[in-house]
Ligand binder design. Structure first.
Ligand code: SF4
Ligand code: SF4
Length: 210
């Protein structure tokens, strides 16, 4: 995985996005990231650090520096196994795991994630399926994952898929909950509320004076 480190480059002040840190800090408890002392405990605790392109400590430093694109397009967040070791051991009680999730959500929303890398594709397709029908239809999810990452692998798995299908263990049927429109409204309302809150915290919503 060493080749991932290849596209590091020098960043100039004019390229930094200083609003990025506020967007990440707007998650519940996210403002604690300003208290990071760069001790590296999180990176030392993380079992996935050897495989990451940036360590958890570097991710916090990069968020604070305003390296939006580098953070959103990195592999680190997608390799995070959500084990919470970093969060538990951080001396400043920074919710690193939640920050990893916030970065992933933002990367999906802005379409800035490692293309062809299965984990973000799977997460994105899973979310779209649940948002659309309230359920994740596994057969369709796997099919989309292969088609968007490595269609050739689909050919290798055809035999297995067929055997599972004949035994009734695999289906491409789309499952859906009743009243799925109500779920869509709830998700939309939550997104709108979060957007307004973030804009307020970023100072983008001006107070109206009477
Ligand atoms: S353990 Fe906490 S304070 Fe230390 S580098 Fe990681 S996030 Fe920062
Ligand atoms: S939660 Fe993620 S970043 Fe934190 S220690 Fe576990 S794998 Fe590493």
């Amino acid at each position: 995985m060493e080749e991932w480190r290849g596209w590091r480059k020098i960043s100039y002040e004019s390229e930094l996005d200083h609003l990025f840190v506020n967007e990440i800090a707007s998650i519940p408890g996210g403002d604690k990231l300003f208290a990071c002392i760069q001790c590296g405990t999180c990176s030392g605790m993380c079992p996935l650090t050897p495989y990451m392109d940036y360590t958890p400590r570097q991710i916090i430093a990069m968020i604070r520096a305003g390296l939006r694109w580098e953070v959103l397009s990195c592999y680190t967040t997608w390799l995070c196994a959500s084990c919470y070791s970093c969060t538990v051991e951080c001396p400043k009680e920074i919710k690193l795991t939640d920050i990893m999730y916030a970065v992933k959500r933002m990367a999906i929303k802005q379409g800035v994630y490692p293309k062809k890398f299965p984990i973000p594709i799977l997460a994105n397709e899973f979310f779209k399926s649940v948002e659309d029908s309230g359920r994740s239809s596994e057969g369709r999810l796997i099919l989309k994952l292969f088609l968007k990452t490595n269609p050739l692998k689909l050919l290798w798995q055809t035999g297995l898929g067929l055997r599972l299908f004949l035994k009734g263990r695999f289906s491409l049927k789309k499952e859906a909950i009743h009243r799925k429109n109500e779920l869509k409204c709830m998700i939309k309302a939550l997104e709108t509320e979060h957007m307004v809150k973030s804009r307020e915290e970023l100072g983008l919503v001006k107070e109206t004076s009477i």
